[in-house]
Structures are given as C-alpha cells and as structure tokens.
Write a protein that binds this ligand. Structure first.
Ligand SMILES: [Zn+2]
Length: 435
C-alpha cells in the first residue's frame, strides 16, 4: 500500500524542484535564526549559496560540533532556532559519554516526522486495520515518534517493550498480530527461542541497526519467522524511520521525501559520490542529510555515519527516487591494510554458510582503533548440533577474502557461545590495550 500515492510516486525531477525551493527557504531561515549556521557558513546571505545544485560547496555538519555549542544557558546548542514556547517535544540521543544531545521539535516538525515515518512503515505492506506488536522501549529516544506513525497508518498497536520475550510471545499467540517491529538482532534471537513459523505474524519490520537488508541474514530471518522481512532506517538528529523498504525488498525508499534531502559522500574526503544515471549505481558512501522544512533546529549536510549503497533503478512498486541499503555504521568500520571492512558485511558473508553456522559472528580486532593488520580474527558460531570442521573455517575465510578482500583468521565456536542481544548486537569485541 502506498500511503500518499500523489507524493510517493511523484516524478523525482518534480520532487527535486520542490525540494530546491524548500531548501532555499530553509537556508534563508537558517541565516535568519541559526547562530550556529550563520557563523559556520560564512556567507552574507542565503542567496549566495544558491540552490540544491550548489549544496556540496557548503560545509558538512558533525554531531560533535553541534554538541560543542551546548551550554548551561542553551543546553540544546546554538543551532536552536525557536523560542522555548514553540518547542513541542525534546528527544535525546543515547550518547556514549556524559550528557545526551537534545533534539527539539516544534509541533509541525513532529507531525512531519510522523508523516515520513508512516510512509516508510506503510511501504512494508502493513495496512489499516491490521495489528502490529512493537518492542521498542522508546523512553527518551526519537523512536517514540515512530510508534506514533502506526496510529497514522491506522494500525492496531500492541506495545510490549524490549527484553520481555515471554510477554512478546504471549502477545503474538493470543492477540494474533499480522506484523511485528523490532531490531534485526532481536528478531534473530526470537527465531532461535521459539518456533514462529506458523505464528500469525506475516510481516517483520526491522529497524534500529544495519543488517535487515542483507540477503543471507534476511533469508534466515524469513525462514525462522515464516514472514516477509523489510527494513526501515532513520537517525534521531534528523528524523525517525526516514527510509522504509517496500515489498520488493530492494533497498529503502525515502519516506521523508520533501522533508529531507539526501546526499552520499566519500567518508574519507567528504567529496560527493554521484550516482551514474546510465548504470543506475550502485554507488556507496556515507549518507548525509539536510532538513528542508524543519523549524526547531534544522541541520544542514549532517553526517549520519551510516554507510549506504544507493539504487536508482525504477522500483516496480511505483515509488520514485533513490533507494538505499545500509551496509554499516562508519563508526563500526575497520580498515584492514587499506580495505574498509564493515562487521555487518562479515556477518552477511558468514550467514551464507547456513545451515552449518548460526549466523552469529564476533570480530575481534587485535589492536585498538580502526586500523588493523591482517589476519583479522573472527569468531563464527556453529549451528546447533554442528561440530568444528577445519574445512568449514577455510571455506569461510576464503569466501571473505573473495567478497570483502580481507584476510581473516576464523575461529569456529559452539552454538550458544556468542552473546545474544535482545536489542542491538555487538559485532566487534573491544581490543585489549597493551600494557
Ligand atoms: Zn519499491
């Protein structure tokens, strides 16, 4: 089902024109209201920056820069553009250290978030009148707005929260929902804990971490659940579930089209990666997002740290515009003798060895930091009742070398040896610091 057909199937060129004028207005708004961008952009007026065609000439925004401007007087930061009374909601990001980053929204911003998120989730095929069970403990986090999008679609929503497997399985058994929304890690965990193949759940919507779109990993989830698996993705600083996959399962559509403008850059140089319209991609790089109609604290060219692959071929569902698949978080990336390696990509290659393996992996870097010397140690968990076979380890290592151009040292570990997660998986072990 397409929630808003006239918007979502609009020719992409037409969307770009609308986005261009929204962007010009957004820039003028930033120059008028955002102390952060007035200082950062170093232009006399918004007109000097031109339209979207010139956006790549403007500087990128890093999360740390925004945070550095927060103060006791202004704990949100100098990118805040509205008065206190205009703020309808303040989310925060989990933040690994100390104080969280705050994400303010006006009532209009929040409504736009929910609209984009509803389009993204509706793309999965869930429909008005169906029942969905959700497993997010949204709490202070932006995911709460995603839950509101289920109301917008007209779903009957059963929240059960995270980490209560008993409650979830009981809800599925008794309330017979057609859909479930959870992290790919939790979906994988549940498929191991219970036989869900004959449950009422026919659509599993995964979000919150990369992996749901990886073919081998997805195939294992679909088999375990007896359901179709589609993924969605957002980023708290910009918006929840901005992207959502349709039933074609070939990358996520931009549900937040018109509210957000996407770019892809080379994470090392910051240069734009352009999509070849002739071949239709795939181009890969870091996703950069710009608000187009935001009011409370709009961001320009925000680095998401999500590494994506872009697809521009037409989608049979009729939605227009580029689609993305998330390959991994730039923050999780390792560089092994000059080659970028995403742990989720390692898991994807290893998952192709099912039914010999369980699909759980743990990359164990030898040195702290991003740069690693080969071979890269990887623990691969065997499937239930399988025993370690050196030939299997060799085959995995050889396929990883072919697919990812990385030399690995595979350790096969028994089923259950690697820690499961009821939220997000940790695919990389911390390297021990020497001394
Ligand atoms: Zn589609």
């Amino acid at each position: 089902m397409i929630l808003e057909p006239e918007v979502e199937t609009r020719p992409w060129e037409e969307q770009q024109e609308l986005d261009d004028s929204a962007y010009r207005e957004q820039l003028a708004y930033l120059m008028e209201r955002s102390a952060f961008y007035r200082e950062k952009l170093g232009i006399a007026s918004a007109a000097d920056a031109g339209g979207l065609a010139g956006i790549a000439r403007l500087p990128l925004t890093e999360k740390a820069e925004l945070k550095a401007t927060a103060s006791a007087d202004n704990p949100i930061g100098t990118h805040l553009c509205v008065d206190r009374a205009e703020i309808a909601r303040i989310y925060s990001t989990s933040g690994t250290t100390g104080t969280p980053s705050y994400i303010p929204l006006t009532a209009g911003d929040l409504d736009n978030w929910i609209t984009g998120s509803a389009r993204s989730y509706a793309a999965s095929g869930v429909e008005r009148g169906q029942r969905i069970v959700s497993t997010y403990n949204a709490g202070p986090f932006a995911a709460g707005a995603a839950l509101a999008s289920f109301d917008r679609i007209g779903l009957s929503h059963v929240p059960v929260g995270t980490g209560n497997t008993e409650r979830l399985l009981r809800a599925i058994e008794l309330l017979r929902p057609e859909a479930a929304v959870l992290t790919p890690s939790y979906a994988a965990y549940l498929a191991e804990q219970a036989d869900l193949r004959d449950s009422s759940v026919k659509r599993v919507l995964v979000a919150g971490e990369p992996g749901g779109g990886e073919p081998a990993f997805r195939a294992a989830l679909e088999q375990g659940w007896g359901a179709r698996v589609t993924e969605a993705m957002g980023i708290g600083d910009i918006g929840v579930s901005l992207w959502g996959e349709c039933e074609e399962q070939d990358g996520m559509h931009l549900g937040a089209r018109g509210y957000v403008y996407p770019e892809v850059i080379d994470p090392a140089t910051g240069d734009p990666e352009t999509v070849d319209p002739g071949t239709g991609g795939p181009v890969t790089g870091e996703l950069v997002l710009t608000h187009l109609r935001h009011r409370a604290a709009p961001l320009l060219r925000f680095r998401t740290r999500d590494h994506v692959q872009v697809r521009t071929s037409p989608c049979p569902c009729g939605r227009t515009g580029p689609r993305v698949r998330c390959i991994g978080r730039t923050d999780d990336m390792l560089i092994v003798r000059g080659v970028n390696v995403f742990p989720s990509a390692v898991r994807e290659v290893v998952s192709g060895f099912a039914p010999d393996v369980s699909g759980h992996v743990l990359v164990r870097p030898k040195q702290p930091g991003v740069k690693q010397e080969p071979p890269l140690p990887v623990s691969v968990e065997l499937a239930r009742d399988r025993t370690a076979d050196p030939a299997l380890a060799d085959a995995i290592s050889s396929r990883l070398r072919d697919a990812l151009i990385v030399q690995t040292e595979i350790e096969l570990v028994p089923f259950g040896a690697l820690k499961r997660s009821e939220y997000k998986s940790k695919l990389v072990a911390q390297a021990k610091v020497e001394g």
